[in-house]
Design a protein around this ligand. Structure first.
Ligand SMILES: Nc1ncnc2c1ncn2[C@@H]1O[C@H](COP(=O)(O)OP(=O)(O)O)[C@@H](O)[C@H]1O
Ligand SMILES: C[C@@](O)(CCOP(=O)(O)O)CC(=O)O
Ligand SMILES: [Mg+2]
Length: 400
């Protein structure tokens, strides 16, 4: 028996970091996914006493004897899929030891927190059953596109879909449909995984990965947003690696040193996100033309970037991209935790109009923009993949 699920990455249009401190942020899912599959061994299989995790992108494979897992995590008792709880400190210590025993190569040590999240989610939802889990991803890891959340959401989806908490009757052509309460449960579990990777996540990344589309998020509450104008964002990867946990901790330390200043900065970001979401949602045409709306969005993105600099999360590589795009009168901001990672650039409709002129190749604007970013770009997306349905899909093959 095998179950598969996928969960998308995201971009944050405004409000990263401030959202950790209770302010509003706006995020959208993107067309890059993390894929997870779970299979249980047949009774005659050789792998019936191990839990295996295969990370296809890094070419690494990890394996734990079920008895070893039971010894280390004996205090957990029965699995509790319908009651997401935070990993207790004692269990996290035991899990860290189980991860250390795997001797991860030094260059890939950042994966350790992902492995810990995996072990916590698996043992809490599925208990101590032998299984094989395979992961692969379109997303660059540690680049601000929410790979950690997509990892936790796709894992929670496969683990829950084979647990008693799922109603298996609601399937369409082999695809299991998650109803609202099940999505909520899965989002809560994914948040617990994110906590292990990030330390203090706001929950925006796992929420947008679970529900798809575009969302406004504040203090754990989500509001779905429908954009009334075609927003196109270029995503540029600086390829400077960084770690969200350290950046979030750095902002919290700065907040302790300068509480009043930081509170004003967060407050300003809150206003930016609220104004940005209002502009995105306001009907077109209204009193503002598309161009006027885009100009406002550009200004808000630039202001948000300035405030992120004040929080101490920009980076020389990000500043280089800001300067480069500014030469072409394009506005940019970092997305995600910053410190490297990815930068967003709004592609206004005047560039897009260019490509709809007769006799111009359809992809003209795309190549034009790619040309601008050729030195920096890892991946160009000309579309934010605004999804009309849940982006989570889980497919069952056969039955146990
Ligand atoms: N496909 C994956 N396989 C294993 N671990 C992953 C995967 N995707 C994400 N992770 C975990 O998440 C970490 C990156 O998360 P983070 O620093 O929050 O950056 P981002 O979420 O922006 O990509 C990785 O170092 C790893 O621990
Ligand atoms: C910085 C933050 O706002 C977003 C982090 O996103 P990412 O892990 O860099 O993709 C943290 C959070 O909201 O949990
Ligand atoms: Mg992350």
């Amino acid at each position: 028996m095998e179950v598969k699920a996928r969960a998308p990455g995201k971009i944050i249009l405004s409000g990263e970091h401030a959202v950790v401190h209770g302010c509003t942020a706006v995020a959208a899912s993107i067309d890059l996914y993390t894929y997870a599959s779970l299979s249980f061994p047949s009774p005659s299989s050789e792998n019936d006493d191990t839990l295996n995790l295969r990370l296809k992108d890094s070419g690494l494979e990890f394996s734990w004897q079920i008895e070893r897992l039971k010894d280390a995590l004996s205090n957990l008792g029965c699995p509790f899929p319908s009651k997401p709880i935070s990993c207790p400190t004692e269990s996290l210590k035991s899990i860290s030891m189980l991860v250390e025993e795997q001797s991860i190569p030094e260059a890939k040590i950042a994966l350790a927190s992902g492995l810990s999240a995996f072990l916590w989610l698996y043992t809490s939802i599925q208990g101590f059953k032998p299984a094989t889990v395979v992961i692969n991803s379109d997303l660059p890891l540690g680049s601000g596109l929410g790979s950690s959340a997509a990892f936790c959401v796709s894992l929670s989806a496969v683990f829950l879909s084979l647990s008693d908490s799922m109603n298996k009757d609601r399937s369409q052509q082999g695809w299991l449909i998650f109803e609202d309460s099940e999505l909520q449960l899965l989002n809560k579990w994914a948040f617990e995984g994110e906590k292990i990777i990030h330390g203090k996540p706001s929950g925006i990344d796992n929420t947008v990965s679970t529900y798809g589309n575009m969302i406004k998020f504040k203090s754990g509450d989500l509001t779905r947003i429908k954009s009334s104008l075609p927003l196109r964002m270029l995503i540029t990867n600086t390829r400077v690696g960084r770690n969200t946990k350290a950046l979030v901790a750095g902002v919290s330390e700065r907040t302790l040193r300068h509480p009043d200043v930081m509170s004003s900065i967060f407050n300003a970001v809150d206003f930016i996100s609220r104004e940005l979401s209002a502009i995105i949602q306001s009907p077109t045409p209204d009193e503002l033309s598309i161009t006027e709306k885009e100009e406002k969005l550009e200004e808000l993105m630039e202001m948000n970037q300035g405030l992120l600099q004040c929080m101490g999360v920009s980076h020389a590589s990000i500043e280089t991209i800001l300067r480069t795009t500014l030469k072409y009168k394009l506005a940019s901001k970092l997305t995600g935790a910053g410190g490297g990672g990815c930068v967003l650039t709004l592609l206004p409709s005047c560039i897009l109009l260019f490509c709809s002129l007769p006799n111009l190749p359809v992809d003209y604007h795309f190549y034009f923009v790619v040309y601008l970013f050729v030195f920096y770009n890892d991946r160009c997306l000309d579309n934010m993949a605004l999804r009309s349905q849940n982006s989570l899909i889980s497919q069952q093959h056969g039955h146990r």
